[in-house]
Write a protein that binds this ligand. Structure first.
Ligand code: AHR
Length: 657
């Protein structure tokens, strides 16, 4: 966060010299608690879309490491231009599929001329390699015939220049795993892995894997450090995973099944990613789920982030935007069992079946999971029927578990009304609502929850993002207008923290060359990543949520867009700070006098401002146009006069005496 401290600006000095419009007095009452802020108020929603897992957060650099893609040699090439016109004189590679249960294929390589033959893996839009960093190589191999005595691995740039090299001597006719390391001599965003051989003969290879040693917490099979750091810096209250529509699948066969994502990585059965083919305008034929980032790793990530894990499971319905396949009610049991078993996996003791697996994977302690989501964006009576069956079974065995249900993909209308009415009747605990809407909708709906039933379910604003053009348009931008409009809307979420218990922007991440959906909170390439203006909005709310909501009123009313101003306030009982968030969505400079009531406050405080005069402003990999700036402010007689810049989001913090 950019932090420029402007010292001791007297409140009158803030006013003088400006021709800013002065609003009335904004009163913040620290002694009137409106609601307790849930620790889960601001969380993150990880969805495996846009190369967010394989090719993104999951730090594996080799694409199609186990030769299981539909085209088994996708990502791999051989000499003589491409794999369709092999130089058969030098050697060949073909993929065989024996009758092994999981990930059955492997690559059989025959080398005739070891001077000329090699295999190359292109990585996910190349491999990002950093000078001086160590890369961990591993692969399985079995010698079949001939005298291949060495396998050499080189990282090369696109011109063929060698950046790092290591050799391994295979010595077994049975499958054996080999490991080695490479140290990169240069930073290159699009390196590739070249495999060549010493000697001639035939060798089988599988699970060819390359990871940076420098992953988050230096874990093997680890996650990209810069991306986890960005998540960590949000201090999220929960981590919802793994989606999204990916949970549902285009068909039931292609749904997300958590049991296939745990245990040894080589046994996690690969699946085509549903976003591979979803949008004709953004095809991503090389998007698959290796599940190297599986449910164990998601739970571990949640733990690392200090966030409550919130897994969402398929409820016996495929995506209703696709096939909408349904599991008949009398065949739903295995789906329900998956949910019960997941709770055992997360929380069970080491002598339970699934608890033992978690223990054996290296986490003896339970993950202390408290929430479970049933379905993603389902709608209609079939969902309600299935939800009831899940709820009954989960509550019977795990009454302490909080169940998250869904109101479908729409923020209003027939499906939304039906779902929310039924769930209210069922006394559902938490209902997930989604809004992918134009920026103006977010500004106009800051009062959405002010009139919600206080006796109904609690709300999870589980997926939202302002769409600058239209939902699913590839032209959508993460611009300042969208982020500012979200900030205006979030003041309404926070003011209603008595019923809004969880919120998350969506989607979370996108590779600049591998995305299907925009806008997204965080963008990255193979080496770099950046936070969007929307990210900073989330971060400012999250880091300044406080512990209790208190009133912030002008003329006796909450600011929900009057004169294009929005506000919410909270008290942080841990620090005894009063926190006021004000959003000015107008293009006018304003002066806002604020009175802190309910006890005296310190004479100095701070204001953190996110602002840009240009509503189209964006951040990029190379430029940071919208970032928070912190300044000191002076408070006199419990009053401060805040300069609200055009198109700004300000967070004021003052300590109580
Ligand atoms: O975030 C993109 C998609 O939007 C999610 O997968 C789905 O839940 C919603 O429709």
């Amino acid at each position: 966060m950019t932090k420029s401290i402007i010292t001791a600006l007297a409140c009158m000095a803030l006013v003088s010299g400006t021709h800013a419009q002065q609003s009335g007095l904004l009163r913040v009452k620290a002694d009137e608690i409106m609601a307790e802020m849930q620790p889960t108020m601001y969380g993150i929603f990880f969805e495996d879309i846009n190369f967010a897992a394989d090719g993104g957060l999951y730090a594996e650099l080799v694409k199609n490491r186990s030769f299981e893609f539909t085209d088994p040699m996708m990502g791999w090439s051989q000499p003589a231009t491409d794999r369709h016109s092999l130089n058969k004189n030098s050697g060949s590679a073909s993929v065989l599929k024996p009758t092994r249960e999981h990930n059955p294929r492997f690559c059989r390589i025959t080398v005739h001329d070891d001077e000329k033959y090699h295999l190359v893996n292109e990585g996910f839009r190349g491999m990002g390699i950093k000078k001086g960093e160590t890369y961990r190589l591993s692969f399985s191999a079995a010698l079949k015939e001939g005298n291949i005595t060495g396998v050499r691995f080189q990282l090369t740039d696109t011109t063929g220049q060698v950046l790092a090299s290591t050799s391994v001597s295979p010595d077994s006719t049975g499958w054996k795993t080999y490991t080695s390391q490479l140290v990169a001599g240069k930073t290159v965003p699009k390196a590739q892995l070249k495999i060549s051989f010493t000697g001639r003969g035939t060798l089988d290879m599988d699970m060819v894997s390359l990871f940076p040693a420098n992953t988050w917490k230096n874990r093997a099979n680890g996650l990209r450090k810069d991306l986890v750091q960005l998540l960590y810096d949000l201090k999220p209250g929960f981590l919802r995973f793994p989606g999204g529509c990916i949970v549902e699948g285009r068909t039931l066969e292609q749904r997300y099944q958590w049991k296939k994502t745990v245990g040894p990585t080589e046994q996690r059965e690969l699946l085509i990613n549903r976003w591979n083919t979803e949008f004709a305008h953004r095809p991503t034929p090389d998007y698959y789920q290796s599940f190297g980032l599986g449910f164990f790793e998601y739970f571990q990530l949640a733990e690392d982030l200090g966030a409550e894990p919130l897994p969402i499971l398929n409820c016996g319905m495929a995506c209703q935007f696709n096939t909408g396949e349904l599991v008949p009610m009398d065949e739903l049991d295995p789906y329900i069992q998956d949910a019960l078993d997941l709770i055992e996996f997360a929380n069970g003791t080491a002598d339970s079946h699934w608890g033992k697996l978690r223990h054996d994977m290296g986490h003896p302690e339970p993950f202390a999971m408290k929430y479970i989501g049933v379905g993603n964006e389902q709608w209609g009576p079939e969902y309600i029927k299935r939800y009831k069956a899940f709820e009954k079974a989960i509550k019977e065995k795990y009454p302490e578990m909080t169940i998250v249900s869904g109101s479908g993909p729409f923020a209003e209308g027939e499906h939304f009304e039906y779902g929310t009415d039924e769930l209210r009747k069922l006394r559902a605990e938490i209902v997930d609502e989604h809004y992918y809407k134009p920026p103006a909708w977010f500004r106009d709906n800051a009062g959405r929850y002010d009139s919600y039933d206080r006796n109904g379910p609690r709300i999870f604003a589980g997926e939202y993002a302002a769409q600058s053009v239209a939902i699913a348009s590839p032209e959508n931008r993460n611009n300042w207008e969208c982020a500012l409009s979200e900030a205006a809307f979030i003041t309404g979420l926070e003011r209603n923290a008595d019923i809004v218990h969880l919120t998350s922007y969506a989607p979370l991440m996108a590779h600049v060359e591998g995305w299907q959906w925009t806008p997204d909170l965080i963008w990255f390439d193979n080496l770099r990543s950046y936070a969007t203006p929307n990210y900073y909005v989330q971060q400012l709310f999250s880091l300044n949520k406080g512990t209790h909501v208190i009133p912030a009123t002008l003329g006796g009313k909450a600011l929900t867009g009057q004169d294009e101003l929005y506000a919410t306030a909270s008290l942080d009982r841990n620090t005894d700070d009063i926190i006021l968030k004000i959003v000015n969505t107008s293009g006018r400079q304003r002066q806002q006098e604020v009175l802190f009531e309910g006890g005296n406050v310190q004479s100095e405080g701070s204001v953190t401002i996110l602002q840009n005069d240009d509503l189209q402003a964006e951040n990029t990999l190379n430029t940071a146009n919208v970032t928070p700036v912190e300044k000191e402010i002076e408070v006199r007689n419990n009053k401060v006069n805040i300069a609200l810049a055009p198109y700004s989001f300000s967070v004021v913090r003052v300590g109580r005496k």
